[in-house]
Write a protein that binds this ligand. Structure first.
Ligand SMILES: NC(=O)c1ccc[n+]([C@@H]2O[C@H](COP(=O)([O-])OP(=O)(O)OC[C@H]3O[C@@H](n4cnc5c(N)ncnc54)[C@H](O)[C@@H]3O)[C@@H](O)[C@H]2O)c1
Length: 404
């Protein structure tokens, strides 16, 4: 590594890896030197266009000694093995979500990184999108008082065609699960970030509609410290609508809703503050059905850019024109990338660390384990117990319950 500069490669280039390539080319402290992908034609073509080296196997990249850090954006079952190889070779790693499919792999990566003094960043970029930083600020301000209950619901349709297009997403072996590890790991990361580490979970996962072997719907109760319980539901069997995230505390509640499935509507929060704390009102209100008053306010909202896009239908044109605007590093993949680069250069921490991502993997594994055991599962999770279940799932010795 030359002073203040990282030599960089992206492993897995045809899907979300494109974001990493773009960020690596545009970041002033990064020099993109190589691309790696098992698709020889694709990687050779793109490397030639960009004037960098190409490899079809990450071991060749490591042997060439061309880089200080890598992005890993391959299908799920490659993330941890490639991550471990890169760490063993002394590289900092930026790993796509879910980081690993099993807690045991996530722990191994973090332990190796810590032994070697290397940085791990993970691409849970939803944390940077509205309304989540606003919700985090409200929680951190203590405005809700002691948070007691939550409802967290996500729904977005995925037809069988989704699994036909990317067959690796359909299997336990290659994807490590369905909706939990794939779509909703972002929301589980948000929950852990907002509320702290979970202490226990009870859940049921099912396959209601899909031919794929993995789960397509989940219902769980996730317990956090101090008795906080979140009712959690997610499905890929319902069109995008009726998403709701609600947290209520002793002094107020906050609601993020997108009842009509409009992605931009979910940028707004409704914050309701009680006229007296619930713990006080429960003793002081005289009538048997008296309610504490709630003062409602809107926080955030649809940005003018969203409004114009929606009204004029110019999304495509504006996306195209945004290529020619200066790169912003404060949101999405660019923010994750920039935070990771600073950390690898010894100037800070990644936005989402390997240990934080390990917590989300642990929650996902815990939800699946609870469903098969039919009872509450406590954290920290017994990683070996999950590994045994996962082994049975990938061999077809255990199956997700199907309701037809
Ligand atoms: N952060 C996000 O919002 C986000 C969005 C989409 C995907 N992802 C994650 O990114 C990862 C990749 O997903 P995708 O949708 O881009 O998948 P994809 O199948 O579209 O692309 C994966 C790429 O990796 C290559 N590849 C496969 N095995 C490889 C190996 N052993 N070595 C090198 N390259 C290999 C494939 O040829 C392909 O180019 C997954 O972990 C996924 O969950 C994250």
């Amino acid at each position: 590594m030359s002073a203040g500069r990282l030599r960089y490669a992206v492993i897995g280039i045809q899907g979300v890896g494109r974001h990493h390539i773009r960020a690596a080319r545009e970041h002033p402290q990064v020099e993109l030197t190589a691309l790696v992908d098992v698709d020889k034609a694709a990687v050779s073509r793109q490397a030639a266009e960009l004037g960098v080296q190409s490899f079809t196997d990450h071991h060749e990249l490591l042997a060439a000694g061309l880089v200080d850090a890598v992005s890993i954006a391959t299908p799920h079952w490659h993330l941890a093995p490639i991550g471990l190889d890169c760490l063993a070779a002394g590289l900092h790693i930026l790993v796509e979500k879910p980081f690993a499919t099993r807690l045991s792999d996530a722990r191994a990566m973090n332990e190796l990184a810590e032994q070697r003094g290397l940085q791990i960043g993970v691409a849970y970029q939803y944390r940077t999108f509205a309304p989540w930083p606003r919700l985090k600020a409200i929680l951190d301000s203590g405005a809700l008082g002691k948070v007691q209950q939550g409802v967290w619901r996500w729904a977005e349709f995925r037809p069988d065609a989704y699994f036909v297009e990317s067959p690796w997403r359909a299997t336990w072996q290659e994807s490590g699960g369905g909706i939990l590890i794939n779509q909703i790991s972002h929301d589980l990361d948000l929950l852990c970030w907002l509320l702290g580490p979970p202490v226990a979970v009870t859940a049921r996962i099912v396959n209601q509609l899909h031919q794929a072997e993995i789960e397509d719907a989940v219902t769980a109760t996730i317990a956090f410290a101090q008795g906080l319980q979140v009712a959690f539901q997610a499905t890929i069997n319902q069109p995008r609508a009726a998403g709701i995230r609600l947290l209520s505390g002793d002094q107020g509640l906050v609601v993020v809703g997108d009842a009509l499935g409009r992605a931009d509507a979910a940028t707004e929060l409704q914050l309701g503050l009680y006229d007296q704390p619930a713990a006080q009102a429960v003793r002081s209100l005289p009538g048997s059905h008296d309610q504490p008053g709630i003062r409602w306010q809107r926080v955030g909202g649809v940005t003018p850019r969203h409004r114009i896009r929606k009204l004029l239908g110019l999304k495509q044109l504006m996306d195209w024109s945004s290529r020619f605007r200066a790169r912003r590093w404060d949101s999405g993949h660019p923010a994750i990338f920039a935070g990771f680069v600073q950390a690898a250069l010894g100037q800070g921490q990644p936005l989402v660390s390997g240990r934080e991502a390990e917590r989300t993997v642990e929650l996902i594994n815990g939800i699946i384990l609870s469903s098969f055991l039919g009872r509450w599962v406590d954290f920290p999770l017994d990683a070996q117990e999950y590994d045994a279940l996962f082994d049975a799932l990938r061999r077809g010795k255990q199956e997700v319950q199907r309701w037809r």
